[in-house]
Each structure stands twice: as structure tokens, then as C-alpha cells.
Design a protein around this ligand. Structure first.
Ligand code: CP3
Length: 410
């Protein structure tokens, strides 16, 4: 989950004095930060250190991440003219579908002619060049080189024994650790772009959505192509799976979500899903996560292989809702309440146990938090959760000893 790393002292040391988005564009630094939680916690996968705002920056949008605030844009995109200037050369889904319909009609779709469905194909996905995406691809390749192949003896000799133990535990029986890429869903990106900064209710974005559907369509299509190509670049470089984060989808009614947001998330997912991962030789499984989405799960499931669940709904209830929807049951991810990370140990341990039991009602379960790690979290608490989820006694002993314990203890 987001910002898992920022509770780590070794992360804060590396990041000191470097603006967040600048750090994301430094492949060596981004790769090293990506590896830190794997070495320490022994988690089953590495999540690329990057941010959902990175592709906006790469596309030339003046955006920065202000500590304690979040993403801030110098010039929000609000009017039809501002949307037009940003998306010049990009057709919206509606435009593209109309052009396709018009072409079909012009071709006198006689016998054998068929109407194309709306919202199916993007006009183009080329907002970001390969060159612009290269720092991201390079970071992924470096992480994959460390994690993505069976380890060679002596490969990690420069690391402490404890860090090597973490990598080994992470690799498990498979002998390697996958990297998960990600991107922000079009609505979450558009909400930041229209508001210019974090907002509780996304009023300006929702106003644009209703008052100027044509501009909304253009902006959302642009965001979908942008984030889709950001995720596809990570997969092409070796990420094994990808996750789409719709952090603000929960501020929408189910109807607005279905009609004015879901088609664009599906577009982003389909762009990411077309990329082949050289690590696995397959297209990536896609996880779709949002917060406050209990009423949106059936729609979020479309185009995704697994659905991320936040802590505001029971995991079993979410799995049941998904099982009853047209796509049918699917793996779930979640949903330990981040608030419990600071609770007494038995309270947290019980919640982890309940989460694991609830996850068994789905065809697969990625044990995870319901949302991001609070920066004040004790890292040892996170290692203990991993040990509990894995049911490994030796890793539990390591987790109990803590990261700073004398090396001989391991
Ligand atoms: O866990 C990880 O480190 C994985 C990489 C990751 C980051 N951001 C790094 C990051 C991921 C998956 C994200 C996603 C992200 N970024 C989302 C979607 C998921 C979610 O949590 O809802 C959103 C909305 C953002 C935008 C963003 N970036 C916010 C709101 C913030 C917090 C700003 C603050 O200080 O309160 C960030 C900064 C950010 N992104 C940090 C990290 C490690 C923290 C930077 C720091 O403080 O050092």
C-alpha cells in the first residue's frame, strides 16, 4: 500500500533533502527504496517506489508533492479551454466512438456491417514517449535484476545478514520476488488536476463532470491513456502485476461512477493489461483498488483480475458481493485497518487472523492493509504482520528480534 516505506528510517535517510517526485525519477534511488521493505519485512512482492502523479510530471504538468499535504498543481485544469489545451490531439472516448460510428455509417454498414460499441478502443495511447518513461523503466529493470531471477550464491554479499534473510524469506520456495507496478485511476488523477490540491469532496471535479461532459470525457480519456501507458511501461520493463489506485472513487454515487468514471478506468486497465512482462512471459494480473467503494465493487471488478478492499467494508462481505456480480468471484486484496498498526499487539494479531479467515471465502487473497501505512508506524509491527500471515515460526522469531537486533541473532 501507498507509502509503506515512509515508516522506515533507512527510507527517510535516503530521501532526506530530495523532493518526492525528483526521487521517483532517479532510477538508482527509486530501485534502492523499492528494495528496502522487501529486505526488512520479507514481503512476497516489491511495490515500485514511484507515485501516481509521476506520469503527469512526465507529461509536462507542473505538479509537486508537498509534505503533509499531498499533490499540488500550479495551474489546475478547470475550464473547457484548459482541458482543450492539455488534451490537444487526444480524442475522448465519446469522440472516438462517434468517429467510429460515423465511419461505420459512411461505409454504409450494409449487410455484414457492425456498429462498434462505445468506449471500447482508445484513439491512441501515445501521450508519453518511451524516452520520457525511461527513468521508470530503468528503476524497474534494476529491481527485477535484484529480485526477479533465482538468486546466485554470493549475489547479495554487500548486504547485512538480516537484509539477506529478508530477501530470502521474500523469495520463498519460488526463489524470486515479483515487482508490482501501479498507476492512479483516471478519476483520482482528474480530481487532483481539477482541484489543484487534495480535497475532501472533489466538488470542482464533480461539477465539471456534470456541467461539461465533453471536457470531462477528454480529460478522463487523457488521464486513462497517460496512466495506462505508465503502467504498461512498468510491465514492459519487468513488473509482473499492476495495480490501479482509485483513492477518491468513494466520493461518487454508483450511477456517476458507472457512467462517467468506470469506462475510463477500464480503458487504463486494458492498456496496462496488453503489455507483456518479460519476467513472467505473460500479461499482468490487474488489481483494482479504491477506498469507500462498497457500492462500486461490481463495477470495479470489470476489466480487473482482483479487487482491492479497504477497511470500511468486511472482507467476507466484499468477497460475497463480488461473487454475486456478473464477473463472478475473484481474488481480493486487503483489508487490515491501518489504525490497528498502533493498537496493542493482541488486538492487531486478532484482526490479522480474522482478515486471513475472511480472505478464504474468495478464490484468492492478497493479505494487505485496507489503505496506506501511517508514517508513525513502528516498522517491526509490519514485519510481525508478515510473519503472522506467512505462519513462519523462524520469520516470527526474526520479526520479534527486530531489525536492529545484533546480527548474530539471525
Ligand atoms: O508504498 C509505497 O511506497 C509504494 C509507492 C507509492 C507511493 N505513492 C509513494 C509515495 C504508491 C503506490 C503511491 C500511490 C499514491 N500516491 C496514491 C494512491 C494510493 C492511495 O494511497 O490512496 C495517492 C493518492 C498518491 C498521492 C500522494 N503521494 C499523497 C496523497 C502523498 C502523501 C503526502 C503527505 O506527505 O501526506 C504522496 C507522497 C508519497 N508517495 C510518499 C511515498 C513514499 C511519501 C513521501 C514522503 O513523505 O517521504
Amino acid at each position: 500500500m501507498r507509502q509503506a516505506g515512509r515508516s522506515l528510517p533507512e527510507y527517510r535517510r535516503l530521501r532526506a533533502g530530495r523532493p518526492m517526485l525528483e526521487a521517483c525519477l532517479d532510477p538508482g534511488l527509486a530501485a534502492e527504496i523499492t528494495l528496502q521493505p522487501v529486505r526488512r519485512h520479507g514481503v512476497d512482492a516489491a511495490v515500485l517506489f514511484s507515485d501516481i502523479m509521476v506520469p503527469l510530471l512526465l507529461a509536462g504538468v507542473a505538479v509537486r508533492i508537498v509534505e503533509g499535504v499531498g499533490p499540488v498543481l500550479d495551474s489546475p485544469v478547470r475550464s473547457a479551454r484548459e482541458v482543450e489545451a492539455l488534451t490537444a490531439g487526444t480524442a475522448g472516448i465519446t469522440d472516438a466512438a462517434e468517429a467510429a460510428d460515423a465511419a461505420d455509417t459512411a461505409n454504409a454498414a450494409g449487410p455484414g456491417g457492425h456498429a462498434r460499441s462505445r468506449g471500447s478502443e482508445p484513439a491512441s495511447t501515445g501521450i508519453l514517449s518511451q524516452a520520457a518513461l525511461e527513468p521508470i523503466a530503468q528503476a524497474v529493470r534494476r529491481v527485477v535484476a535484484e529480485l526477479g531471477t533465482p538468486r546466485q550464491p554470493g549475489e547479495h554479499e554487500h548486504l547485512s545478514p538480516r537484509a539477506r534473510a529478508g530477501l530470502e524469506h521474500s523469495a520463498g520456495e519460488a526463489g524470486w520476488t515479483p515487482v508490482i507496478g501501479f498507476g492512479g485511476a483516471p478519476f483520482t488523477l482528474a480530481a487532483y488536476m481539477v482541484e489543484g490540491r487534495p480535497s475532501r469532496d472533489h466538488l470542482a471535479a464533480r461539477t465539471l463532470m456534470h456541467s461539461d461532459p465533453r471536457s470531462w470525457d477528454r480529460l478522463m480519456t487523457w488521464c486513462a491513456q497517460l496512466t495506462g501507458s505508465f503502467m504498461a511501461a512498468q510491465v514492459h520493463a519487468g513488473a509482473s502485476a499492476a495495480q490501479l489506485f482509485d483513492s477518491w472513487a468513494g466520493s461518487l454515487s454508483p450511477t456517476d461512477y458507472r457512467e462517467r468514471v468506470q469506462p475510463y478506468s477500464a480503458l487504463a486497465l486494458s492498456i496496462a493489461g496488453q503489455a507483456l512482462s518479460p519476467t513472467t512471459g505473460t500479461r499482468p494480473p490487474l488489481i483494482h483498488f479504491g477506498t469507500g467503494t462498497a457500492l462500486l465493487l461490481a463495477d470495479m471488478r470489470q476489466g480487473a483480475d482482483a479487487v482491492g478492499i479497504d477497511e470500511r467494508i468486511g472482507l467476507r462481505q466484499a468477497a460475497d458481493l463480488l461473487a454475486a456480480c456478473p464477473g463472478g468471484a475473484c481474488p481480493v486484496q486487503g483489508n487490515i485497518d491501518p489504525a490497528l498498526l498502533a493498537a496493542p499487539e493482541p488486538v492487531l494479531a486478532r484482526a490479522v487472523q480474522e482478515c486471513l479467515e475472511a480472505g478464504r471465502s474468495a478464490p484468492g487473497h492478497v493479505a494487505n492493509l485496507g489503505h496506506g501505512v501511517p508514517p508513525t508506524t513502528s516498522p517491526d509491527v509490519l514485519t510481525r504482520i508478515v510473519a503472522q500471515v506467512h505462519g513462519s515460526e523462524s520469520w516470527q522469531a526474526t520479526a520479534r528480534a527486530g531489525w536492529d537486533a545484533p546480527q548474530e541473532a539471525h
